[in-house]
Design a protein around this ligand. Structure first.
Ligand SMILES: [Zn+2]
Length: 222
């Protein structure tokens, strides 16, 4: 689900607006109860999510140029790039990416290194956490650059995860991790398999939906 802000006024009907920053604003009549508003939002959930997603796609469709103000996806959110042209070679991530570099090539390399480092720091603890919860023995964990494969596992317990999944929202990352780990217990996609996934992640269908509509975002480096 998503967060939204409710603004009540003297209006007669309810309307849901998705702002440019993808925040959701619900304008409702003063008389409508919070429960009713919740219910109305819930009814339109699928529509709102697909609207947000299609707008995100618009942002991402063009190839990256590594210029000031450009948006980069990280853990499900877009952050803008601020470039300081200098001989320094640093990358700092707070509310934005603040990069000091000589040229675009260096900016690109710094981002690449940063994302790969984050992939290690974010993914490894999640894999260890869920492996314990699922009671599976993992052997090796590889963070790979294999294109078009988000994750895979071998019967011997070696796990491979694409660093680019770090661009997905946290619940999608968890889903990809749990999906592969669950294959160490069930090698197919049987109802038992999905049951194992659902025990860990009751909302996993939302993550599958995200991948269906946004999976292409994880195909390219940025
Ligand atoms: Zn599978």
């Amino acid at each position: 689900m998503f967060e939204y802000t409710v603004i009540k006024s003297n209006r007669k009907s309810l309307s849901i607006i998705i702002e440019r920053d993808k925040s959701v604003v619900v304008r409702a009549p003063q008389t409508l109860s919070d429960d009713r508003i919740k219910e109305e939002v819930r009814k339109r959930k699928a529509l709102i999510i697909s609207k947000i997603e299609s707008e995100q796609k618009e942002v991402a469709r063009t190839a990256k140029e590594f210029v000031d103000g450009e948006q980069f996806l990280y853990m499900g959110k877009y952050y803008s790039l601020q470039i300081n042209l200098s001989e320094a070679r640093t990358i700092d991530f707070k509310d934005d990416f603040i990069v000091s570099a000589r040229n675009k090539e260096v900016v690109k390399n710094l981002l690449f290194e940063w994302y790969n480092q984050q992939a290690i720091e974010v993914l490894i603890p999640r894999i260890i956490y869920f492996a314990e919860h699922l009671g599976v023995k993992r052997r090796r964990i590889n963070i790979t650059a294999a294109k078009y494969t988000w994750g895979s596992c071998t019967p011997a317990g070696t796990l491979n995860f694409n660093w680019r999944i770090i661009k997905a929202p946290p619940e999608v990352i968890d889903y990809i991790v749990v999906h592969e780990l669950a294959h160490l217990r069930e090698h197919n996609h049987s109802p038992e398999f999905w049951n194992i996934v659902a025990v860990q992640l009751p909302q996993y269908e939302d993550a599958k939906q995200w991948l269906k509509f946004n999976g292409h975002e994880l195909d390219e480096d940025f």
